[in-house]
Design a binder for this molecule. Structure first.
Ligand SMILES: Nc1ncnc2c1ncn2[C@@H]1O[C@H](COP(=O)(O)OP(=O)(O)OP(=O)(O)O)[C@@H](O)[C@H]1O
Ligand SMILES: Cc1cn([C@H]2C[C@H](O)[C@@H](COP(=O)(O)O)O2)c(=O)[nH]c1=O
Length: 218
């Protein structure tokens, strides 16, 4: 069994709405949990905005109500502060692994790219809320806008963000890709136009690499 003094791993899933990230989270969590169980490590799935009772209450407001752009960005970071304090940091300190469906890259992409909030304001909030924590691995599910839109239209009623126009999502996607290029050591881009089965094969490989690096660091 692995020493519990070890810090767990933090994985984040990102992409524009309809890219397919949520489809793969349960699969990755199960894959990792099966391998980590024998080392006494739990895999915890969460999401943003959300992840705590307060965060889920704020999520409902954020996804439905129109508000000032800065209010929206501040609330995203307020949700994140609570998520870090209540769930993410305690889990990582126990040595457990956390998978979050979106994290700070989403604020840069949506509020920074999509809504054009200056990035220096977001950098300042990031420095305030989590100066010393970055995901160990960020999977960016990338698809052309039309593919994402067709997937969303086929499945559900659209929330406030999902109702945005193509130019909003083009700018959001561009900011995601810009951040992936800026932080190549933690980002992996998944071509989400592939079949679900092919994406799973790619995810298996990525998770095996991560498990190997965690094991050799232990
Ligand atoms: N590779 C794929 N090929 C075909 N359909 C897919 C693929 N990935 C996901 N889908 C379908 O697209 C729809 C949207 O997927 P999903 O909910 O995972 O997207 P998402 O990126 O999590 O979106 P959101 O952020 O808005 O929740 C679902 O109906 C899902 O079954
Ligand atoms: C964390 C975060 C999220 N958003 C947006 C992105 C999505 O449209 C919704 C979350 O819904 P999901 O389908 O569960 O991914 O919120 C954002 O604009 N900024 C953020 O920081």
């Amino acid at each position: 069994m692995q020493s519990k003094n070890q810090t767990g791993k933090f994985l984040t899933f990102e992409g524009i709405d309809g890219a397919g990230k949520s489809t793969h989270i349960a699969y990755v969590a199960e894959y990792l949990q099966e391998k980590l169980q024998k080392r006494g490590i739990k895999v915890i799935c969460s999401r943003e905005p959300g992840g705590t009772p307060l965060g889920e209450t704020l999520r409902a407001l954020l996804l439905q109500h129109k508000m000032h752009l800065e209010t929206e960005a501040l609330l995203m970071f307020a949700v994140r502060r609570e998520h870090l304090a209540q769930l993410i940091q305690p889990a990582l300190e126990r040595g457990d692994w956390v998978i979050s469906d979106r994290f700070t890259d989403a604020t840069f992409a949506y509020q920074g790219g999509g809504r054009k909030l200056p990035l220096d304001k977001l950098n300042a909030l990031e420095q305030w809320v989590h100066p010393d924590l970055q995901p160990d691995l960020t999977l960016l599910f990338d698809v052309p806008l039309e593919v994402a839109r067709a997937r969303l239209d086929a499945t559900r009623d659209l929330d406030k963000f999902e109702q945005e126009k193509a130019d909003f999502f083009a700018a959001t996607r561009q900011e995601y890709l810009r951040r992936a290029a800026e932080f190549p050591q933690r980002f992996r881009i998944i071509d989400s136009t592939q079949s679900i089965a092919d994406i799973r094969l790619q995810l298996d490989k990525l998770m095996d690499e991560l498990l190997d690096s965690a094991q050799s660091a232990a």
